[in-house]
Design a protein around this ligand. Structure first.
Ligand SMILES: Nc1ncnc2c1ncn2[C@@H]1O[C@H](COP(=O)(O)OP(=O)(O)O)[C@@H](O)[C@H]1O
Ligand SMILES: [Mg+2]
Length: 175
């Protein structure tokens, strides 16, 4: 469940180029399903998704992810809520390019506290196979095409079977 309560966010606050980018937004997404956020370029979609994922701060209001407040001031708390509940597919993938495909995806499972190497191997290889990138598993992600890189980004988001997947422009450049 995602609950957004009266959230406000500005860029360049108190300057001449101030933008009130999230303007008193409230929204409750209770059940499972696909929700698409539509709006012209620059309307604040990425900003709102980053706030929901706890990647960016807001000026006021609260956001709850499965009843846990991700707009907390405590960064370790925010990181924990995100790690345990959200898979994030970034617009520009944000892969770790000096690591292999396998290592990029395995890191997610290590971050949620899975230590068993065999368990990690089983889950990562399963996802890589499903997404058709198993054969690249030992390549650094810098040596992949755009579409292949995007699939690593998707693998990373879904490998931990999160309750919530946030995808920013997920169909861009998929080839
Ligand atoms: N870090 C930032 N500093 C200042 N302005 C920003 C920043 N990030 C985004 N903006 C501005 O906020 C508005 C919303 O941006 P964004 O959320 O990226 O829109 P969208 O994803 O809908 O295209 C735009 O006008 C953009 O220029
Ligand atoms: Mg955007």
């Amino acid at each position: 469940m995602i609950e957004i309560k009266k959230v406000n966010k500005y860029f360049n606050r108190h300057k001449r180029n101030e933008i009130h980018v999230i303007n008193n937004v409230s929204l409750k997404l209770e059940d499972s399903g696909l929700v698409a956020l539509l709006g012209p370029s620059g309307s604040g979609k990425t900003t709102l998704l980053n706030a929901i994922g706890g990647l960016d701060k807001v000026k006021s209001g609260k956001i709850y992810i499965n009843n846990k407040k991700i707009t907390s001031k405590l960064t370790n708390k925010v990181d924990k809520i995100r790690n345990l509940n959200i898979g994030y597919i970034f617009q520009d993938y944000k892969l770790i390019d000096n690591m292999t495909v396998y290592q990029n995806v395995a890191l997610v499972l290590k971050m949620i506290g899975i230590k068993d190497k065999n368990e990690i191997k089983k889950r990562v290889n399963y996802i890589l196979e499903k997404l058709g990138i198993y054969r690249f598993r030992n390549r650094p992600t810098s040596a992949l095409s755009g579409g292949e890189r995007q699939r690593v980004g998707i693998a990373r988001a879904i490998v931990k079977s999160p309750d919530i997947i946030i995808a920013d422009e997920p169909t861009r450049k998929f080839r």
